[in-house]
Ligand binder design. Structure first.
Ligand code: AMP
Length: 281
């Protein structure tokens, strides 16, 4: 396994591999890796000749007052996990190389990114699409793996890839959970034990909502949302940002659930930690 931090070296190597007909698989991450990230390595192994995983805590996707400074980092451990999992290249670029001092260009998706998380974090997705465009140009992937946990990010990035004509196929891996159902997230480590109890309500609410649809055949979105809200409101430290029924492909809010096409999405703060999760219906 190779560790590359120079963007020039990364660009040269990827262009060379691409030219010689190799298919590159790419997993963009912000590090502090867990099984959710590593499952994406497995997802791309068979279709890729070269597997690149990037680690970069991207400042432009954090808003003012968010957790950029405190975002958990452990590069030594991340590198070891990548080695064990069979990553070929860990790309750890530097901020000053990716964002020049007088950098003045952003890539922005203008529809799907404006809803849900985009309302609470108005510059977040612009940061995500901008950094991904830069990383795609440097790493030249044929395949990019994204996790279902970040459902809106998938929709936004798929649209950006399509609209900007990146020759990339997106593969989506399932949400990987702790044994108690909490979706794995680098931010979970901020939670103390009572906050973690509240965080569990998110998955519990989503499962209860899903069960109304799957077992009782309910398709009225308000009825299902009411169930989610009543469970989420029982948390002492939990503040709901949103709990919605949306279309999986567009993230548009729906009043009538369409099994196979709709999903439940939740974002909530547990104390100061913002968590998101979703379940397909
Ligand atoms: P992040 O490091 O949070 O930017 O995440 C990098 C990638 O890992 C994104 O595609 C995420 O959707 C994915 N990911 C994060 N957590 C999980 C999880 N629990 N299950 C599956 N994928 C995940």
């Amino acid at each position: 396994m190779e560790i590359i931090s120079s963007i020039i070296e990364m660009k040269k190597l990827a262009a060379h591999e691409e030219k010689s007909g190799k298919k590159i698989g790419f997993i963009p991450t912000m590090g502090f890796l867990h099984e959710g990230h590593l499952s994406l390595v497995d997802l791309l192994r068979d279709c890729s000749d070269l597997l690149i995983l990037s680690i970069f805590v991207n400042p432009t996707q954090f808003g003012v007052g968010e957790d950029l400074e405190n975002y958990p980092r452990n590069t030594t451990r991340d590198i070891e996990l990548c080695r064990e999992r069979g990553v070929d290249i860990v790309f750890i670029p530097q901020e000053k190389d990716l964002y020049l001092d007088d950098s003045s260009t952003f890539v922005s998706e203008e529809i799907a990114s404006k809803k849900l998380c985009g309302l609470a974090r108005p510059t977040h997705f612009r940061g995500v699409t901008t950094i991904c465009a830069k990383l795609f140009n440097l790493c030249r992937p044929s395949f990019v793996a994204l996790g279902q946990k970040d459902a809106q990010q998938i929709v936004v990035l798929k649209r950006m890839i399509r609209d900007m004509h990146f020759p990339i196929e997106v593969k989506v891996g399932p949400t990987i959970r702790e044994s108690d159902g909490l979706a794995m997230s680098s931010r979970n480590q901020y939670l103390n034990s009572s906050q973690r109890e509240d965080a569990l309500l998110i998955n519990r609410a989503l499962e209860a909502g899903k069960s109304l649809v799957v077992k009782k055949g309910i398709t009225n979105a308000d009825r299902v949302k009411a169930e989610l809200m009543s469970i989420l409101r029982s948390g002492r430290f939990l503040r709901i940002n949103y709990a919605e029924v949306v279309n999986c492909e567009t993230m548009r809010v729906e009043s009538e659930i369409q099994p196979g096409r709709s999903m439940l999405v939740v974002a909530a703060w547990v104390d100061s930690v913002r968590l998101i999760d979703n379940v397909k219906l």
